[in-house]
Design a protein around this ligand. Structure first.
Ligand code: SF4
Ligand code: SF4
Length: 432
């Protein structure tokens, strides 16, 4: 049997899900990539049609289908608005895995995922060393957004204004923690995520401050690894499972009620994606993954819905104008939108104003930003325009990946607007 035939057979496993698409085209109205290109192959309907044709051996060019499959932010806007309830994200992720098994991972991705990301100690060491020597390659671009730029690195980074690596990662201040339940009677496991650890440690500090303030015990184990989404989005299911196993091991000895993270992408991955990718694993492991998924929630959701922080109906008028960007993985995947806005209203030094299209994707999309920067940038510029149009002095969000993209877009378009995590604004309102 030819390799393409085997690939087609594997894709047929998704056929039941793909036939649910009635080709209505309603996904066109919400897809940020389609809005830029107007190409049918860039929207869900077109991608599903291509995958179906490959599965039914009506087309024989997997490379072309793969290229189209990867021109996608995995933002979930289409899935959230599909009238037929097509499991679009499951189809796209599983198709990426199947096609990657056929094509193989590129040498670069193999090195990054299998050589580094799945070896957290080595990964941390390398980022720590890079942080020490990044100085000449990271001149301040915009202090408000916290971005840097480097003309010398243009061939590698394009015109990006990037977030420099921190010299003191979150894990240096908090290598591990295990504190008892306080007045709340609650205890959480805390999963900061790679980007908070390496770029935004102050977000992790804000989380610890807030949890302590509310008398919540904290379990922060050593040995945490990446949630794995960069590997899975590139079709590397093996590395994804390796990382999942490292995390399950790190958290399994903790006695906690919830696992919370300040990263929307980590939350959605642990809560929804892990369990979908381990059908062939040992049942005991599957049970552990499901148990952790059931306990996982976004930290703002935990603070409002579980701790029960009371919030004013309106934010105070006359303060610094703050707005909020909905991360796709929080709003569209998990339906969490009210809780971060509620927390912002707790700080009376800020006046909250809703921007237009707050729940429209910022255009980051992880590796999409690396491979399709022009598209990522034009989607992001629309977000930056909306932030400026509402008169915001500060834009907040609940996902460090969105913070990177917002920082880049605002910094390149003139700067002067702070980019912060919702938790930081709330933490600032709490007495030390
Ligand atoms: S909205 Fe759903 S059913 Fe309609 S074309 Fe898109 S994926 Fe298919
Ligand atoms: S996940 Fe987002 S970018 Fe991808 S097809 Fe759906 S709406 Fe478009």
């Amino acid at each position: 049997m030819s390799d393409v035939k085997k690939l087609a057979e594997k894709l047929m496993a998704l056929d039941d899900q793909m036939v649910a698409c009635m080709k209505c085209g309603m996904c066109q109205a919400v897809c940020p990539v389609f809005a830029e290109t107007m190409l049918e192959a860039d929207v869900t309907r077109g991608k599903i049609a291509l995958l179906e044709k490959l599965a039914h051996e009506m087309i024989k060019d997997p490379d072309e289908v793969n290229e189209k499959l990867n021109r996608c932010l995995l933002c979930g806007s289409c899935a959230a608005n599909c009238p037929s309830g097509v499991k679009i994200m499951d189809i796209f992720i599983k198709a990426r895995v199947i096609v990657t098994e056929y094509k193989g991972l590129s040498a670069t991705k193999k090195l990054i995922f299998k050589g580094l990301l799945t070896r957290p100690k080595l990964f941390n060491l390398l980022t720590d060393i890079s942080a020490k020597f990044q100085g000449p390659f990271a001149s301040v671009a915009d202090e408000s957004a916290g971005t840097a730029s480097c003309a010398m690195l243009n061939p590698l980074l394009g015109e990006r204004h990037f977030m420099p690596l921190t010299k003191k990662p979150f894990r240096k201040d908090y290598p591990s923690m295990d504190t008892p339940r306080g007045v709340s009677g609650l205890k959480v496991a805390f999963f900061p995520g790679c980007v908070v650890d390496k770029m935004f440690p102050h977000v992790g500090h804000a989380a610890i401050k807030v949890l302590k303030h509310h008398g919540v015990g904290i379990f922060l184990p050593k040995g945490q690894a990446c949630c794995g989404i960069p590997t899975l989005a590139s079709g590397d299911q093996d590395s994804f499972i390796v990382l999942m196993k490292q995390n399950i091991k790190a958290f399994e000895d903790g006695n906690f009620d919830y696992l919370v993270t300040p990263c929307a992408t980590c939350t959605a991955t642990i809560k929804e994606t892990w369990i979908k990718m381990i059908e062939d694993e040992d049942p005991i492991f599957i049970e552990k993954v499901q148990d952790l998924a059931d306990k996982t929630m976004d930290i703002t959701e935990f603070l409002i819905d579980v701790v029960g922080i009371s919030v004013p109906d309106e934010s105070k008028k006359g303060g610094k104008v703050v707005t909020y960007h909905d991360p796709c993985h929080l709003a569209k995947s998990l339906g969490v939108t009210a809780q971060p806005r509620a927390l912002l209203k707790k700080n009376d030094k800020y006046e909250f104003k809703e921007m237009n299209e707050a729940n429209r994707c910022c255009g980051c999309g992880g590796s999409f930003n690396l491979y399709h920067y022009d598209l990522s940038k034009s989607i992001g510029e629309r977000k930056a325009d909306n932030v400026r149009a509402v008169g915001a002095e500060v834009v907040t969000t609940s996902c460090p990946a969105c913070m990177m993209q917002l920082g880049d877009m605002l910094s390149q378009s003139g700067g002067g607007i702070e980019v912060r995590h919702v938790l930081e604004i709330y933490a600032d309102s709490i007495e030390k």
